[in-house]
Design a protein around this ligand. Structure first.
Ligand SMILES: Nc1nc2c(c(=O)[nH]1)N[C@H]1C(S)=C(S)[C@@H](COP(=O)(O)OP(=O)(O)OC[C@H]3O[C@@H](n4cnc5c(=O)[nH]c(N)nc54)[C@H](O)[C@@H]3O)O[C@H]1N2
Ligand SMILES: Nc1nc2c(c(=O)[nH]1)N[C@H]1C(S)=C(S)[C@@H](COP(=O)(O)OP(=O)(O)OC[C@H]3O[C@@H](n4cnc5c(=O)[nH]c(N)nc54)[C@H](O)[C@@H]3O)O[C@H]1N2
Ligand SMILES: [Mo]
Length: 927
């Protein structure tokens, strides 16, 4: 049978591919058949329930819904017959009968009214709904307005919530004409378990669900009331969702997801409702210089009233002062007296310029950024054993997998859009295995939830691999063809029996065996991991285990298989690729390699580079503390909040002779600055960013930056000229062109191509290849093309609980807040949803403490103490406390341990010994 169907549509012979609907064929030919219950552009399958798209088929008594009907050979379809058009108009009129008056429509430009207008329908002849049946308006949610009087029961919101985002909050209640969407727990959205992804708002065709930001007091809004629409990339996490930013009069009005390769139209609460941080009155609008009569450095400066500490300056004066301060230190003490922290919140071009600024300007490699606190250990292990630090497969490849492990990662909060794909995978029958000391929202979707003891990843993973080796479940052919070091590894792993490891990690030997067998027998399996793996003094060992596990079973290099450390910041992959790391030049080319240095000497016009690798984030702060480093340039990072043992870091910052901070807000770090340079935020600038999937994407300016704030790259260039570098860039595209000279990953990726396609995955093999979502099918970028098994031993955390500090403190994140809170605590919706510093403890622990949920607890470690509100959470083990690090008033990093992993140089953010007290009574002992 042929896959092409030939039929007649409105008198013309047309062809359709098998599986297409009549509506799709018509739409492809430019015919406009109304449609309401499906959204082809966002990938919502048609439902056939709204009857707005009826057409006539010769020989059939009833009209058919063209959105679900597939044509057959020889069929004669008429979309424009009198019968079809009349019927469609009738449907439209019936729908409109129950709508609010046209001039009171909640969305003046709703898809429904557009569709009606296209058919010449402006009002309805049918009686309107009886007043008592009109559902109430619900403005209980800060971000979304619910006006069910405009609901046409199309069910798109339910599908958005259940099928696309898999949040399962919205359902339909009632029957027939009285069926309306309802929210779980309560009829009010604001009281439900809704996570405010807003997918339903984006899906709703009538204005029944709208972003509150476009509504007036009478619940009238207009989704087309904007003057520019900019396609860009979300500035928050490493998923790299493509967004359409609708703005009016220089302000963001609302944001929608568009069809990027990673997000396929979806967004989370931050991307959709969190962009207004850029309009906060605290934005830096003028360069600031510390006053000569300022109080001592580091006191809390009020961002709204910094005038006792800082004064405004012109750009000329501020740039001169910033640059000369650094250059003077260079001439008195040598280049190594100055170090730089760059930003993963800036573009690739800015990251490249920043590392070049330090390397060329100060002739050393003391340049690093937040990747050090993040996946440095994962990257160390990947470079060592796979030969490349990036993911081997995009997260979307989970579509092709039949099993996935998610370990030490909380994607529903931290990579929420990736999480939607993970949840969909389980709905299709995929086997999800979660390994995490804390229960996560994803656990509900998992086949196995291994809630093991924190810090015992090596024990657990080695036990799993022990089973695979002992039971010979490994993929011998793969191991022979693509790996090295197997025999040593096999001997090493023998000692780690499930029984012995079970005592350490707390997971039963049987469960370990079951999981090992499942992973080994899966056809295609992926491993995703996060900070729970990397942020330990044995983070590199943890990642080595995950790599070995995948190699053992050959789960790399094929569709639906792979290693995927979920990258954190929106551009941490790109910033690392661009060389903002002390041991690597762009594209992970080692500074110790003379050929690499000579390549850059050539590109950077004679610059001699130092072969000694530079210092990492925590090492730099230590040198500052000791007085060896006297000047710093900190771009878009907030170490006074994000570094471990932050009191120490703050003391260090206070000692600097000269600190230049370039940010969009007056951060805790800026409290220590001598000069503060106001930068444009991501939605205010142009450039490329690279997400966790290796997708290089075009970020575009949607609105002007406030006051005199300037794009980061321009500021870096101006500073470079002032420290004597002969730089000449007028546009980020020129920087991108220079990056291509040394970066193979950008082969076949041009600025022009990105402008056109918005995204290209690297590596790409040609101008028409969208890029490789899976790599290493034919071997690895290592010696002889082989990946390596590196055995890992069990190492205890640097600081274990004892009598004085009997519990375990773990730190991390929450859905609504971004890291140090500088952005999200200034985003209206996000701050309203999560306004107060909090920690989470098991209900039994709270009971012992005599603290009610919502009451205060005191957390004390060897480094400091904070008082913070406590929530009751059964997901947290009874001997643990979870504390997010977004809140300055209870800064988690006052408590954390700065001990480092020897390879990745990452601190142990995930494990400190802590004492938890009721500030009103005495300490509690551990279980
Ligand atoms: N909303 C939001 N999203 C974010 C961010 C944000 O600040 N806010 N930040 C972004 C960044 S930069 C990053 S790096 C990512 C981080 O994303 P994740 O890696 O998901 O971040 P965390 O919440 O720090 O920790 C993840 C998990 O590690 C677990 N864990 C703790 N100790 C251990 C252990 O010993 N072993 C194991 N296996 N697990 C453990 C915790 O219980 C937690 O579930 O998120 C990104 N996305
Ligand atoms: N206790 C604890 N500490 C941690 C972690 C943990 O899990 N627990 N996680 C660690 C991890 S994984 C990470 S990645 C780090 C993150 O640590 P940081 O990178 O220091 O944290 P952010 O708050 O993301 O800082 C970004 C800064 O950039 C600014 N910014 C935003 N956009 C722009 C822009 O366009 N231009 C400029 N110039 N500035 C901009 C913001 O205002 C903010 O001050 O924190 C680490 N610290
Ligand atoms: Mo991170």
């Amino acid at each position: 049978m042929s896959d092409i169907i030939r039929f007649t549509l409105d008198g013309e012979q047309v062809e359709a591919e098998k599986g297409m609907t009549i509506w799709e064929v018509a739409n492809g030919r430019g015919l406009k058949i109304p449609h309401l219950c499906h959204k082809p552009q966002d990938g919502y399958r048609p439902d056939g329930n709204c009857r707005a798209c009826m057409v006539e088929v010769e020989g059939e008594r009833n009209l058919v819904a063209s959105c679900i009907r597939e044509p057959q050979d020889g069929m004669v379809v008429s979309s424009a017959s009198a019968r079809a058009t009349t019927a469609r108009k009738m449907v439209m009129e019936m729908l409109l009968a129950d709508q609010p008056e046209r001039n009171a429509a909640h969305d003046q430009s709703s898809h429904l009214w557009d569709m009606a207008a296209e058919q010449g329908v402006t009002e309805s002849r049918f009686p309107t709904l009886e007043a008592e049946r009109i559902p109430l308006l619900d403005d209980s949610h800060v971000a979304m307005s619910v006006n069910l009087d405009a609901c046409i029961q199309c069910g798109l919101c339910v599908r958005a919530c259940r099928e696309v985002q898999v949040n399962d909050v919205i359902g339909m209640a009632g029957r027939g004409h009285d069926a309306y969407p309802v929210f779980d727990f309560d009829d009010e959205m604001g009281e439900s378990s809704c996570v405010a992804c807003g997918e339903c708002v984006q899906a709703c065709p009538t204005g029944a669900l709208m972003p509150s930001s476009v509504m007036d007091a009478n619940q009238i809004g207009d989704s087309k009331d904007f003057d520019t629409e900019t396609k860009s990339v979300c500035p928050f996490c490493g998923v790299g969702c493509q967004v359409s930013i609708k703005s009016k009069d220089g302000k963001v009005k609302y944001v929608e997801g568009i069809n990027g390769p990673a997000n396929e139209g979806r967004l989370c609460v931050k991307g959709r409702f969190g962009m207004d941080y850029i309009h906060h009155p605290h934005r830096l609008t003028k360069p600031l210089i510390r006053r000569d009569d300022a109080p001592e450095k580091g006191l809390n400066v009020d961002p709204a009233n910094p005038w006792t500490h800082f004064r405004e300056a012109t750009w000329e004066e501020a740039l001169d002062k910033a640059a000369h301060g650094l250059a003077d230190l260079r001439s008195y003490y040598g280049g190594a007296s100055v170090a730089g922290f760059g930003s993963a919140k800036c573009t690739n071009e800015e990251a490249y310029l920043f590392q070049k600024f330090i390397r060329q300007g100060f002739k050393h490699n003391n340049v690093d950024h937040c990747t050090r606190l993040c996946h440095a250990s994962s990257v160390a292990a990947l470079m060592e054993n796979v030969g490349s630090g990036a993911v081997t497969a995009t997260f979307n490849e989970i579509e092709n997998a039949d099993l996935a492990i998610v370990i030490g990662s909380n994607p529903t909060e931290n990579h929420p859009v990736a999480a939607t794909f993970f949840k969909q995978f389980t709905k299709r029958g995929g086997e999800l295995i979660i390994m995490d000391p804390r229960g996560t929202a994803m656990a509900r979707h998992a086949r196995h939830m291994l809630q093991f003891r924190p810090g015992t990843d090596v024990a657990l993973l080695n036990a799993i691999m022990n089973v695979i080796v002992e039971e010979k479940l490994y993929d011998r052919q793969y191991i022979e063809g693509f790996t090295e070091g197997f025999f040593e590894f096999r001997d090493h792993i023998r000692a780690f029996t499930p029984e012995r490891m079970s005592e350490l990690c707390g997971i039963g030997a049987d469960t370990i065996r079951t999981v090992a067998r499942s992973f080994a027998s899966a056809q295609r399996a992926m491993i995703f991991w996060g900070m729970g793996v990397s942020q330990h003094i044995h983070g590199t060992d943890n990642a080595r285990c995950l790599i070995s596990l995948a190699l053992l079973c050959g789960h790399v290099g094929r569709p639906g298989t792979g290693l995927h450390p979920l990258r954190g910041q929106n551009n941490v992959q790109g910033a690392s690729d661009a060389g903002m790391i002390p041991q690597f030049m762009p594209d992970y080319q080692s500074v110790t390699d003379p050929e690499v240095r000579s390549l850059f000497k050539h590109i950077w016009e004679g610059t001699e580079l130092l072969e000694e690798p530079g210092l990492t984030v925590v090492e730099i702060i230590d040198r500052v503390y000791r007085g060896d480093i006297k000047g710093m340039y900190i771009l878009g990072e907030n170490p006074a909040m994000s570094d471990p043992d932050v009191e120490h870091a703050r003391k260090a910052l206070a000692k600097l002779n000269h600190l230049v901070v370039q940010d969009i807000f007056l951060t805790e770090t800026a409290n220590y600055a001598d000069v503060i340079l106001p930068a444009a935020a991501m939605p205010e600038k142009n450039g490329t960013v690279t997400n966790t999937n290796r997708q290089v994407q075009m970020m575009r300016k949607a609105v002007d930056s406030p006051g005199d704030a300037r794009e980061d790259w321009e500021i870096i260039v101006d500073l470079a000229r002032r420290i004597g570098l002969d730089w000449d860039y007028d546009h980020p595209s020129q920087v991108f062109a220079e990056m291509k000279m040394s970066m193979r990953s950008l082969h076949h990726i041009t600025w022009k191509r990105l402008e056109q396609d918005n995204a290209v995955t690297y590596p790409t093999f040609g101008p028409d290849d969208p890029g490789q979502s899976v790599v290493f099918a034919d071997g690895f970028p290592r010696r002889a093309g082989r990946a390596k098994f590196t055995p890992a031993r069990v190492t205890p955390p640097a600081e274990v609980p004892d009598e004085s500090f009997p519990m375990i403190l773990t730190t991390g994140r929450q859905l609504e807040h971004w890291h140090t809170g500088s952005m999200t605590r200034r985003a209206t919706v996000l701050d309203a949803v999560e306004p107060e510093a909090n920690c989470s403890l098991h209900p039994s622990t709270l009971r012992k403490l005599g603290v009610e949920p919502g009451g205060m607890v005191r957390l004390t470690t060897r480094r400091g103490s904070v008082d913070v509100m406590a929530r009751s959470d059964r997901m947290v083990a009874p001997d643990m406390v979870f504390l997010p690090f977004a809140y300055v008033e209870a800064a988690a990093n006052i408590l954390t341990n700065p001990a480092l992993d020897p390879y990745g140089k990452i601190p142990e953010f995930k494990y400190s010994a802590v004492r938890v007290e009721n500030p009103l009574t005495e300490p509690v002992a551990a279980e």
